[in-house]
Design a protein around this ligand. Sequence first.
Ligand code: CTP
Length: 489
Amino acid sequence: MASITIRNLDEAAKQALRERAAQNGRSMEEEARLLLGGINSDQTSTNYQRDKPISPTSYAPLNRMNTSDGETIAISKVNSKAFASKRILLIIGGGIAAYKCLDLIRRLRERGATVRPVMTKAAQEFVTPLSVSAIANDKVFSDLFDRDDEHDIGHIRLSREADLIVVAPATADLMAKMAQGHANDLASTVLMATDKPVLIAPAMNPAMWSHPATQRNLQTLQSDGIQFIGPNAGEMAESGEAGLGRMAEPMEIVHAIGHLLVPDDAPKPLAGKRAIITSGPTHEPIDPVRYIANRSSGKQGHAIAEALGRAGAEVILVSGPVELPDPQHAETFHVQTAREMQSAVEKALPADIAIMVAAVADWRSVTEADEKMKKENGKGPSSLKLTENPDILKGLGHHAKRPSLLIGFAAETQELEKHAKAKLKRKNADWIIANDVSPEGGVMGGDKNTVKRITSSGIESWPKMNKADVAERLVNEIISHFEVETLEV
Ligand code: CTP
């Protein structure tokens, strides 16, 4: 479906749309489309076919349904018991990203969690306690001294009755208070009094995030055992501002919460398997200040590495230059160029699984100038001589130590299936995960992806999903693959 652009909408209408979208847990674009009578393109879309039924798995099972021609297909559906009986205390800080908390609360509750909201005074300037309370189905706690309130249960009980405390958005001020142990309002007092895990989702202007004071506070909080999700890079609410500082998306926070709430003794269906993942772009130097690169963010590859690690695999992630934290459940090696990436992958062999997600630059400059190249008086740019980079996936496909399950990605802007099938053969891969990276789809750098899984036996189209959900579904397919393999032995 083509993307929707609405121009000349006044600020009040935009704000109303933003709030309505947040309350319904949709993007503004999805909400506008629904209002205009379009079709909801949510996760439950079913207009796709499978090449073969998924084998049963005990790990994050997918729902199944039968199509009219008797085929079995799998659909991703919210697991309403994922966080059953878990109590989350959500501290909402005062930032523009506070509106995303409505969506976050909805997603946590639909997974079975109870959410008790605490709002700082500043947060109430951005989103009303009434909306938060309605979505959380609980009173909003905001005052330290609220003795007359029949709901007053005190900051100690508030902090102890939760399984997890989530701070979203965590402002620079809230981080500073936490790092220094201030306890002068309900939010900071609860954070001081708790003995439970704390996850924080920072959100602030990029200059505030990179300020030495915030970075010092970050280090202090990390060494205090506080868990972080984000911030992400992207555009800020202030026009023209961009960089690291956007709050993680609600689904990213939900996944991070899942990691903290899922007990260590959860099933590890990939225990004993070793996986190599490549992620992000590569940078091919031209001179000390210029390089050839592409728009890959690394979000999909990093999400896959994390999901595999959580399923018990030993994961080696070889990452090009990205603005993402290293996944918790993987060992990460940082590289710049295609040749460095290839050498890191070679060193990590042997492996059972290899997934080449990186958007490796196809070419590099034949020469790398030692000094910055200068314009020659009015002559225009001198030509750049390129040579082809090694194809890492193809190399693995024909390697003596070829991993038993080799998966490639195909980034295409036209004739997706045709090109992806050709890559499957040419690179001797077992599966190709093909995605359309035309600019209007917003896949490169975005949070969502729509992919097709191409194998020698057919093509399976997956609905539009968050990259973390694509990662989880891919891991489920990998688990099924090895279960079937074990049964066949
Ligand atoms: N790949 C790789 N090494 C390269 C180029 C690509 O390992 N030098 C891998 C990618 O990680 C991906 C798959 O090959 O898994 C396909 O990458 P893609 O960029 O879509 O295809 P290319 O082989 O580069 O072909 P083209 O640019 O012509 O589409």
